[in-house]
Design a protein around this ligand. Structure first.
Ligand code: TXA
Ligand code: MG
Length: 315
C-alpha cells in the first residue's frame, strides 16, 4: 500500500479508525505524541516494521520504541521489576521509555528489538496517540518521524517535509507540547539513564530514591541518540556562545538579541518545546553557522544540551 501523497487524517474518531485500519494492513502512519511525532507501524508485522527502517534510512541495528495504551498492555510484552513498576506508576502516561526484558512469546517483530532480548516501551500522554492505540488495540512501533540523523519533527509540517513521500498517512495533532524525545531508562539490572529527555533525571531519581547510573551496560547497543552526530540542522553549531560572530546566526536563550530564540523568558520547558522547531527554522532561513546561547544544565536543560551537543558534533 503506497500512496503518492499521504492521507491527511483528522484527529477525530473517524481519522483514528482509518489510521488503525492502515496499521492492520501493514501501512505507516505518522502521529503526534507529547514529545515528538512518531512514525508508526504494527510492532508484530515484520514487513511493516521493515518499511519504517526503509522510510527513515535508519541503520537496521537500531531498535525501536513500542507504544502501548496502558500498563496492562505493557505487561503483555515485557517483565517489570520493582524499579520499573515505580517509574511507570509515577510517570506513565508520559515522556518516559523503559527498557525491560522482552517476553519472547509476545510476538513483537525481531526487527523492532534488532534481535535483542529487551524491549523499549512507553505509554504516551497525548490524546491522539492514546486514541490511536485504543482504536488499534495492539503495540505500535514508532521512532521519531524524521529521516535518520536529521532533526526530530514537532509539527505535521516537519514530518511532511522530511518523509512526506514515504508514509501512507499522517494525523495532524498540532505542535508537540514537550518537544524533546522521551527519557530512556534501562531497567535491566541497576536503573541506568540511556537518553536524557522529556522527564527530568532529577524527577526519576527522586521517585526511585537513588541516582541513575550513567555507566553503560556493555551488552546494550549504543542508542542512535548516543551516536555523536544526530539531531543535526544543516548549519554548523558553536555552543555556549554569548554573542554571534560575523556570519553566524544566534540561537538565543533568555533576553538576548537573537532572530531565533528558544525562550526569551529563559524558561527551560518553553525552550525544550521549541528546540526542534527552532533548528528547523534555522535550516529554513539557510543559516550556515549558528551560535547558541548557554543553556543551564539542569531539568529539561539536560535534554536540550544533549541534543545540541550531538547537533554540534563533527559529521
Ligand atoms: O519520545 C520518543 O521517545 C519518540 C516518540 C515518537 O515516542 N520516539 C523516539 O524513538 O525517539 P527513536 O526510535 O528515535 O529513539 C528510540 C531510542 C533509540 O535511541 C534506540 O536505540 C533506543 O530507543 N532503544 C530502543 N530499544 C532499545 C533497547 N532494547 N535497548 C536499548 N535502547 C533501545
Ligand atoms: Mg529519533
Amino acid at each position: 500500500m503506497t500512496f503518492q501523497e499521504p492521507l491527511r487524517l483528522t484527529p477525530d474518531a473517524a481519522g483514528l479508525k482509518t489510521a488503525a485500519e492502515i496499521f492492520t494492513k501493514g501501512g505507516l502512519v505518522s502521529f503526534p505524541t507529547e514529545t515528538v511525532y512518531g512514525l508508526g507501524a504494527d510492532a508484530r508485522n515484520d514487513r511493516a516494521v521493515a518499511r519504517i527502517y526503509a522510510a527513515k534510512g535508519r541503520p537496521s541495528f537500531n531498535p525501536l520504541i513500542v507504544h502501548v495504551a496502558d500498563m496492562a498492555a505493557a505487561e503483555n510484552f515485557c517483565a517489570f521489576n520493582d524499579a520499573a513498576r515505580r517509574l511507570s506508576q509515577a510517570f506513565w502516561p508520559g515522556a518516559l521509555t523503559l527498557v525491560l526484558p522482552l517476553r519472547p512469546e509476545a510476538g513483537i517483530s525481531e526487527l523492532v528489538t534488532a534481535g535483542l532480548d529487551t524491549l523499549a516501551v512507553r505509554v504516551p500522554d497525548h490524546p491522539v496517540a492514546r486514541g490511536l492505540l485504543a482504536a488499534f488495540g495492539g503495540p505500535v512501533a514508532a521512532p521519531s518521524a524524521n529521516p535518520s540523523g536529521r532533526v526530530s519533527p514537532t509539527t505535521a509540517a516537519h514530518v511532511m517535509a522530511g518523509l512526506g513521500d514515504r508514509i501512507d498517512a499522517i494525523i495532524d495533532g498540532g505542535d508537540c507540547a514537550v518537544g524533546v524525545e522521551s527519557t530512556i531508562v534501562n531497567c535491566v539490572g541497576q536503573p541506568a539513564l540511556l537518553r536524557a529527555g522529556g522527564i527530568p533525571v532529577e524527577a526519576l531519581e527522586a521517585c526511585l530514591g537513588q541516582s541513575l547510573s550513567a555507566t553503560q551496560d556493555p551488552s546494550i547497543p549504543i542508542a542512535p541518540g548516543q551516536l555523536a552526530s544526530h539531531y543535526a540542522p544543516r548549519g554548523k553549531l558553536r555552543l555556549n556562545a554569548s554573542y554571534a560572530q560575523e556570519g553566524e546566526v544566534l540561537l538565543g536563550f533568555g533576553p538576548v538579541d537573537a532572530v531565533v530564540n528558544l525562550s526569551v523568558a529563559g524558561d527551560l520547558t518553553e525552550a525544550a518545546a521549541r528546540l526542534f522547531a527552532c533548528l528547523h527554522q534555522l535550516d529554513a532561513i539557510g543559516a550556515d553557522a549558528i551560535a547558541v546561547s548557554p543553556i543551564p544544565d539542569h531539568g529539561l536543560g539536560r535534554a536540550i544540551n544533549d541534543r545540541l551537543k550531538r547537533a554540534a558534533a563533527p559529521r
